[in-house]
Each structure stands twice: as C-alpha cells, then as structure tokens.
Write a protein that binds this ligand. Structure first.
Ligand SMILES: [Fe+2]
Ligand SMILES: [Fe+2]
Length: 279
C-alpha cells in the first residue's frame, strides 16, 4: 500500500467543535492591554475565514488523487478543523467589528479580491503550494504560542487565550496535511519554496493593512510610541515574528518536512491542560 501521509502515528487530527465566548474581551484591548498588539492579532483573525476556505478548496481539489487511506482521513479531519476555525473566527470578526466600529466589508473585500485573483491566475498546484506555505507559517506561530515562553503567557485575556491556543493546537495537529498532499501529487521543491515567499508578502500586507485600519478607527494611528512598541513586539529580541524566524527559514531547506520540527510534546501539554480545565 502506498504511504503518502507523514503525520506521526501518535498524532490524531481531531476536529473539536467548540463554541467560544469572547464578546466581552473583544470590546477591549485584550492583548496586554495594548492597542497595537491587540490590533495585530485581530487583523490576523480577519484573514482566517476566507483564508481557511481557500485552504480547504486547495486541498480538496487534489483529494481524488490521493491513494493513501490515512492521508484521505487526514484530509477530512483537516477540512473539519479548518471549518470550525472559520466559523469561530467569523463570529469573532463580526463581534469585533460591530463593537469597535471596524469595517468588515472593507477588510474582507480586499482579501476576497486577492483570493479570487489567485484562483484565476495561479494553477491548482500553485494554490496548493501557497496553502502548504501558509500552513507552515501558521504552524510555527502555533508552536510559539503553545511554547513555554509563549507571548500569550501573561497579559492576555483568558477567554481569548483559550480560543487562540485551541486554534494553535489544531494547526499543529494538521500541519503536514496540505504539505503531504502537495508532495504526493508531484509538487516541486522550487514551487514550494517560491510559494512561501509569495504567501509571506501577501499575509504581511493583509495583516498590516488590517492593523492600520483598526488603529485609525481607534484614533491611535498617529501614536508614534505605540508603533515603536508594536515594532518591538514584532521584530526585536523575543518579538513574535523574530522568534519564529529560524523555523520559518527551515522551509527553504531541500527535503524539509513540517514534522522535522517535532512539536508532539507541546501538543501533549496542551491536551493535558484541557483535561485540567475540564476537571
Ligand atoms: Fe485554522
Ligand atoms: Fe491550518
């Protein structure tokens, strides 16, 4: 039997249909009581519903060609997880924009146009490569969020932390699904690496534009000190982007595979924390 999945045997991709409570937190600067940090994460959330729909479509395009039943099951579980993430982040984004006066139509409209353009001008294989690349970015951010010195460890509203770590853990579980499909259907190393460069540029622009929009509406756009603190939060020592840089670059290595970054311990820790929370 042909083996196309490389998710470790002891990692189960489990869609958890959870409804989160976050409307109270979204009215406030829930991340460290800081307008920039909060806007950055809220802007990431805005990209998820449409982005994750694109991921599901990109992978489903190729599922009839997958012969390994294990990878077939993982594709179904992947779509299940991303489906629940979409639903929760749709609720999140609606509540956020209603409460804080952000223009969801404007923010999503831009992303919608980009995705429509990608579907028109990129081949299905390239779309899958972009998906695998964005899943890499998500997975390394997830690793950072669930790690011991997580930027979410202190100063983050408890309900928001529950939502973001749930999403992070599931991203980690399914981190190689799109990648394995890409490899199984003959995606090349060159296309894989090029896709990460493209995906990074688009994602950064989208999140930055979202952040700018939110800070404008918050009337904090001209606060130079806030931006300096924000830049530090992203890029300086310990910054949320700086700390994932090493793993980000690993994707450009020949023969890279997501599970070369073995994050099973972090998943086990997160699962244990869920049992504790329910106890
Ligand atoms: Fe997701
Ligand atoms: Fe994902």
């Amino acid at each position: 039997m042909i083996k196309q999945s490389s998710t470790p045997e002891n990692v189960a991709i489990e869609p958890r249909n959870r409804q989160h409570e976050f409307s109270g937190a979204l009215a406030r600067d829930w991340f460290d009581n800081h307008a920039f940090k909060t806007a950055w994460f809220n802007a990431m959330s805005i990209t998820f519903p449409l982005g994750e729909k694109f991921f599901i479509d990109s992978v489903r395009n190729f599922s009839p060609q997958i012969e390994d039943p294990k990878l077939q099951d993982e594709i179904k579980a992947f779509c299940g997880q991303e489906g629940f993430h979409r639903r929760e982040h749709e609720r999140y984004n609606q509540s956020l924009c209603e409460q804080r006066g952000y223009d969801l139509g404007y923010l999503e409209g831009r992303i919608e146009k980009n995705i429509a353009r990608s579907k028109k001008f990129l081949s299905r294989m390239e779309q899958l490569a972009i998906t695998a690349a964005l899943e890499h970015i998500t997975a390394i951010m997830a690793e950072s969020a669930l790690g011991e010195d997580s930027p979410m460890a202190v100063g983050v509203d408890a309900d928001m932390k529950t939502l973001w770590t749930w999403h992070a853990a599931e991203e980690m579980e399914h981190k190689s699904v799109a990648f394995d499909v890409f490899r199984a259907v003959g995606g090349t190393e060159k296309m894989r690496k090029q896709a990460l460069r493209r995906a990074t540029v688009f994602l950064m622009i989208d999140v930055l534009i979202g952040t700018v929009h939110m800070l404008r509406r918050d009337k904090k756009f001209w606060d130079v000190r806030l931006w300096a603190q924000g830049w530090k939060f992203l890029f300086f020592k310990g910054g949320i982007l700086r700390r994932v840089w090493h793993n980000y670059k690993a994707y450009f290595r020949d023969g890279f595979h997501p599970w070369q970054l073995d994050t099973r311990d972090l998943l086990d820790d997160w699962k244990a924390s869920q049992v504790d929370a329910l106890a």
